[in-house]
Design a protein around this ligand. Structure first.
Ligand code: PNS
Length: 160
């Protein structure tokens, strides 16, 4: 059984993340989508809200489950016996952000990070941009599933 972890804040999950989950699910026997806390980011959704959206997003993927983690991602990987971390890379900025984390994680426990090329249609899609555009009433329906769109509408009442 080869298990991988797809970690992230997922605040909220986007179509770009879901594409990576699907593709990771074809590469590994089991994929655990794990919501963690990026200490340098402000969050809109609570951990429970983010996990509920992730469960919907992965409901049709039988070998994918959702979990939360606190502390270091490498400790979570060891706890659940995961051999790899899977991350999507949209471009050079993602690579520069992800590479030091991947290197640190190899240093800490030897866990490998597998980078998947982000789908070209999702290159500019990020949770942060989705939240910003939605907060000003912009249409983000092409980039998130309908239940995420509804949750954004509830969290972000239109600015006057
Ligand atoms: O949505 P993000 O910002 O890509 O998520 C980043 C996250 C939460 C996956 C990352 O910050 C993380 O792994 N945090 C857990 C704490 C940790 O292990 N930090 C050291 C990473 S080398």
């Amino acid at each position: 059984m080869r298990r991988a972890v797809c970690p992230g804040s997922f605040d909220p999950v986007t179509n770009g993340h879901i594409d990576i989950f699907r593709r990771a699910a074809r590469l590994f026997d089991e994929v655990v989508v794990a919501t963690g806390t990026n200490v340098s980011k402000n969050r809109l959704f609570s951990p429970d809200e983010r996990m509920a959206m992730l469960r919907e997003a992965t409901a049709d993927l039988p070998n994918v489950r959702v979990a939360g983690f606190t502390g270091l991602i490498v400790d979570f990987c060891r706890e659940i016996d995961a051999v790899a971390i899977v991350k999507g890379i949209r471009g050079a900025t993602d690579y520069e952000y992800e590479l030091p984390m991947a290197q640190m994680n190899v240093h800490l426990t030897g866990v490998e990070t597998v980078f998947l090329a982000g789908a070209t249609g999702n290159v500019f899609v990020s949770s942060s941009l989705i939240k910003e555009v939605a907060s000003f009433g912009g249409d983000v329906s092409a980039f998130v599933p309908p239940y995420v769109l509804a949750a954004l509408g509830e969290k972000l009442p239109p600015r006057s």
